[in-house]
Design a protein around this ligand. Structure first.
Ligand SMILES: NC(=O)c1ccc[n+]([C@@H]2O[C@H](COP(=O)([O-])OP(=O)(O)OC[C@H]3O[C@@H](n4cnc5c(N)ncnc54)[C@H](O)[C@@H]3O)[C@@H](O)[C@H]2O)c1
Length: 248
């Protein structure tokens, strides 16, 4: 069990990739703070984890609001006493082009994906510094490296922003024993990609050397690797989880 008795916060844990990361961490012995705007689904995930003998706390929280995030971290500390790992997974996407995207959509995507990640990092750094250890893993996207033709411009911009934030924090926090990394998935089978027309899915798979879409479990495995002691000499890294679609 690579995470026995470690405490992990996972944002966007109610479904998709976040849910898969939370379940994988519980399987490896972690106590989890489940965070999402969707409090009802979170509570049922908490019950599911507790039925399996795991420990979980669900906190309804909008990561774009600093006071919500601070309250969430306080609740996590009160319940479990420490924070070993933050997984910044919560994210939203909007479709469109530079001509069609509204200012409101641009602002919301940046507020959740970029500022939300910043808010969560800022809130855990104090406790992690006091422990003189900690790990942060962001769920970024291939769109942060390449841009993307179907999502509105704010999405790739927000992910490139979190990549730069991640590298800055990796440098600033290394002396305090805190490692900061990211994974960059390509198309993963979740509700986000379920909205695509079949033709788009076929097109995407054609561009993936391994010949399939990714699964939430593929992303979870990469996140757990970066958060584990197996990656103890890795910080400031963006690990591609893309079936070979982009190699850099
Ligand atoms: N699915 C993909 O193909 C794909 C590819 C690359 C990167 N990603 C990234 O992976 C992450 C998870 O994506 P997913 O496909 O599982 O998405 P999803 O929509 O299935 O799940 C995202 C979760 O985040 C929560 N959330 C949204 N806004 C929030 C907020 N303000 N505060 C707290 N929680 C909030 C949602 O309620 C939802 O439960 C995202 O950051 C996404 O950008 C996904």
């Amino acid at each position: 069990m690579r995470f026995k008795d470690q405490v992990a916060i996972i944002t966007g844990a109610a479904k998709g990739i976040g849910r898969s990361i939370a379940l994988a961490l519980v399987k490896e012995g972690a106590k989890v703070v489940l965070v999402d705007v969707d409090g009802d689904v979170l509570r049922s995930l908490q019950e599911e984890i507790e039925k399996r003998g795991g420990q979980a706390l669900s906190v309804a929280c909008d990561i774009s609001t600093p006071s919500d995030v601070e309250r969430m971290v306080e609740q996590g500390l009160k319940a479990f006493g420490r924070i070993d790992l933050l997984v910044n997974n919560a994210g939203i996407i909007r479709r469109g082009t530079i001509e069609t995207v509204s200012e409101e959509d641009w602002d919301r995507v940046i507020a959740v994906n970029l500022k939300g990640t910043f808010n969560c990092c800022k809130a855990v750094v104090g406790p992690m510094k006091r422990q003189r250890s900690g790990k942060i893993v962001n769920v970024s996207s291939i769109a942060g490296k390449l841009g993307d033709i179907t999502s509105a411009p704010g999405y790739g911009s927000s992910k490139a922003g979190t990549d730069a934030l991640m590298k800055t924090l990796a440098r600033q926090l290394a002396p305090s024993g805190i490692r900061v990394n990211a994974v960059a998935p390509h198309a993963i089978e979740t509700e986000m990609s379920a909205q695509w027309p079949d033709e788009r899915k076929r097109e995407v798979v054609t561009g993936i050397p391994l010949g399939r879409l990714g699964r939430p479990e593929d992303v979870a495995a990469a996140v757990l690797f970066l958060a584990s002691d197996d990656a103890s000499f890795i910080t400031g890294e963006i690990l591609d989880v893309n079936g070979g679609a982009f190699m850099d």
